[in-house]
Design a protein around this ligand. Structure first.
Ligand SMILES: Cc1cc2nc3c(=O)[nH]c(=O)nc-3n(C[C@H](O)[C@H](O)[C@H](O)COP(=O)(O)O)c2cc1C
Length: 165
């Protein structure tokens, strides 16, 4: 992997997460990969930031709350089935590494690992979070996603390192 200035990344913003999906890895003691497709990248507080939207019901939520860091990992298309599994099963119930054959290795700037098979990795330290609140909804679209409550917490991850295969 080659380290890059995150601000020099040449990405298509709607493709990199929403189309391709990514694995968010959290959990220092017991790392766990969760599939994500919402969020984005850009400058906040003059920092390079990746945002992740995580519902409190996810095992991943507990893990981020504890360690306050995560890695975002984009994988080649051949791993789509693995991403499907990581987006359907909870790390509370299974070991997703064992189930998918994916592997992790230590990151450089954060204490949670990255995915060996990834072709793009962002190592993020949570600089701030904010919670989605229905009081802020101005159109009908967001409401449809919260029939059971479980409003996302939005994590602002300062990108401490970016890597490209
Ligand atoms: C394509 C896809 C995208 C997803 N994006 C998100 C997301 O951005 N935020 C979220 O909280 N859950 C998202 N999910 C659902 C979680 O990945 C899923 O509930 C997962 O089983 C939670 O794993 P965990 O309990 O091990 O954290 C997505 C699922 C899929 C299939």
């Amino acid at each position: 992997m080659q380290r890059m200035d995150p601000k020099a990344l040449d990405l298509r913003p709607f493709d990199v997460l929403d189309t391709r999906w990514a694995l968010l890895v959290a959990g220092r003691q017991r790392p766990n990969p969760m599939t994500v497709s919402w969020g984005g990248m850009g400058t906040v507080w003059n920092l390079p930031v990746a945002t992740a939207f995580v519902r409190p019901s996810r095992f991943t939520f507990e893990l981020i709350e504890k360690d306050r860091c995560f890695t975002l990992n984009v994988l080649p298309e051949e791993y789509r089935d693995a991403l499907r599994l990581c987006g359907a099963k909870s790390g509370r119930d299974i070991d997703k590494w064992k189930e998918t054959g994916l592997a992790h290795e230590p990151s450089v700037e954060v204490p949670v690992p990255r995915v060996v098979q990834a072709e793009l990795v962002l190592e993020c330290r949570v600089a701030a979070f904010t919670d989605i609140r229905p009081e802020g909804f101005l159109t009908d679209e967001p409401t449809a996603f919260y029939s059971s409550g479980d409003y996302h917490r939005v994590y602002f991850g300062e990108v401490l390192a970016a890597w490209r295969a």
